[in-house]
Write a protein that binds this ligand. Structure first.
Ligand code: ADP
Ligand code: F6P
Length: 478
């Protein structure tokens, strides 16, 4: 395979495994923040994306997508279980999300995680041209920066963590904590969604590796590793132009009509994940109905919950509980032809999502913990007319930026109920002021600004590194 000067390494390729049945390949975005974010910037960039194409066994050779080359990494059934479903999504994912679900520490998964990380590192080493920049993504691949540095010391290596990076009190539970921190610190620049995460990493590096740490750099093994916050975003222009399309506007009008033109619409769009706070939200809605504070004749909720990680036990259990609760709420409060909740457990294309965003009076985004939450930003981008309210969890990374949302603690169900009512009753002028402030923010902080900020910083790190003999001695002078 030809080599590239920019290589992105992420667990998933942005295609699912049945997207190329006849060898023809179309850009079919997997639901999830990472693919949404990177799609926007890589579509027109000469680069190679190294990732798993979904499925098991030998990965098919995939054709280029525009200027983007795809380098699939294959996984066996055992590797899928130990690396992706096991260590990544049953150990790291719950631990990094405040342990809202109990992390599983299974000693057998570690070796698989390490060997799969090595395979990703080898694939990246193979497709990176001399001196290339390699940008490694997320918690699945935390060991790749160090493994890649050993294979290819000439490369400029970036790492970005899309999910929260926990405080030492939680991280220290990990049996393989030293290796994981060392793995990340193989990068030249480690980026996070929030400043606090960089601070957490510095504390851990000091504690576990005897490094010297400050919030924006860590001196370890004679190298300086830069750290920083780079809040990820969306392709605002894409969502705006989608939302302005006549097809999408008609679709939105039709949806409003089908839902009941006079009704207020509460909308939520999530991957079906226990971090998203879906159960807390259903409890709040159900109690509002029970207490007669909202009525099915003038209110309806739409919950889109796209299937995710369905072979992992905790996700299966969550789906069962949610479906039971939706059934109970509809059974108790719905009327013939008038459900209290429409529950859609399916993927949608971007245009249909844009239409859905336009139907909502109140968009309810209430994760218990979330690295960013791009759905909140997509909703704001889709509302060019400055209508609609956003109820947003304080525990989503997006809350630091979207301060004009109706911010809420989703663990506090009474507070959530009051906030929903406040958003439903807000004056149009208040909503317009809030929405226009949030739109202004995301317009100047879109996905292109994110990529520029990160890659510029990585590039500067590389320039600094060329003067390393002078830089290396102490942290203060670097
Ligand atoms: P996460 O990264 O945890 O999945 P985000 O909110 O950051 O959460 O990103 C979710 C992404 O997945 C968004 O870009 C959203 O548009 C997309 N998405 C969510 N639900 C669906 C769905 N039903 N069909 C297609 N895409 C979806
Ligand atoms: O950032 C969270 C994340 O794991 C991303 O890597 C991905 O975009 C999303 O969640 C979806 O998860 P999965 O790839 O496991 O379906």
């Amino acid at each position: 395979m030809r080599q590239s000067s920019l290589v992105v390494v992420a667990n998933r390729l942005p295609l699912d495994d049945n997207a190329a049945p006849d060898g023809a390949c179309e850009w079919r975005r997997s639901p999830g923040g990472l693919a949404s974010a990177l799609h926007a910037i890589l579509e027109q960039t000469p680069a190679t994306w190294v990732g798993w194409g979904g499925g098991v066994g030998v990965a098919p050779v995939l054709p280029d997508i525009g200027t983007l080359r795809l380098r699939p990494v294959s996984l066996s059934e055992d590797e899928l279980r130990g690396y992706y479903e096991g260590f990544a999504n049953s150990t790291l994912w719950p631990l990094y999300h405040d342990a809202v679900e109990t992390p599983v520490f299974d000693r057998g998964w570690w070796e698989t995680y390490r060997s799969v990380n090595r395979r990703f590192a080898e694939a990246a080493a193979e497709v990176a041209e001399p001196g290339a920049a390699v940008w490694v993504q997320d918690y699945h691949l935390q060991l790749v920066p160090q493994l890649l540095r050993e294979l290819r010391p000439d490369l400029l290596i970036g790492f970005f963590m899309h999910v929260p990076f926990p405080p030492p009190e939680l991280f220290m539970q990990l049996p393989r904590r030293v290796e994981l921190v060392r793995g990340m610190l193989g990068a030249d620049l480690v980026g996070f969604q929030r400043e606090q995460a960089a601070h957490n990493l510095a504390q851990l590096a000091v504690k576990l590796l005897g490094a010297e740490g400050a919030d924006d750099k860590i001196l370890v093994g004679g190298r300086v590793v830069r750290t920083g916050a780079f809040p990820v975003s969306i392709d605002v222009a894409e969502m705006e132009s989608l939302s302005a399309r006549p097809y999408v506007r008609n679709q939105a009008r039709q949806l409003r009509h089908d839902l009941g033109a006079h009704k207020k619409v509460l909308l939520s769009v999530d991957r079906l994940d226990y971090t998203k706070g879906i159960e807390h939200r259903l409890t709040a809605y159900s109690e509002l109905l029970r207490d007669g504070r909202v009525k099915v004749r003038d209110m309806v909720m739409v919950q889109v919950a796209v299937p995710s990680r369905e072979r992992v036990e905790s996700y299966r259990g969550l789906r069962d509980r949610i479906e039971r609760e939706v059934g109970r709420i509809n059974g108790e409060y719905g009327r013939v032809g008038e459900p209290a909740i429409h529950y859609l457990n399916q993927p949608f294309d971007r245009a249909d999502l844009a239409a859905l965003y336009q139907t909502a009076d109140v968009m309810v985004v209430t994760p218990l913990r979330d690295g960013m939450n791009l759905v909140a930003k997509e909703f704001v981008a889709a509302r060019a007319d400055d209508t609609g309210a956003l109820v947003l969890s304080e525990f989503a990374g997006a809350a630091a930026e979207l301060q004009d949302a109706f911010l809420v603690n989703p663990h506090d169900v009474d507070g959530l109920k009051e906030t929903l009512l406040q958003a439903l009753d807000a004056e149009p002028a208040d909503l317009a002021r809030r929405m226009s402030a949030m739109r202004a923010h995301i317009t100047s902080h879109d996905i292109h600004a994110w990529a520029r900020a990160y890659l510029t910083s990585l590039d500067q790190t590389g320039r600094l590194a060329r003067h390393l003999p002078r830089q290396r001695k102490t942290l203060a002078r670097s």
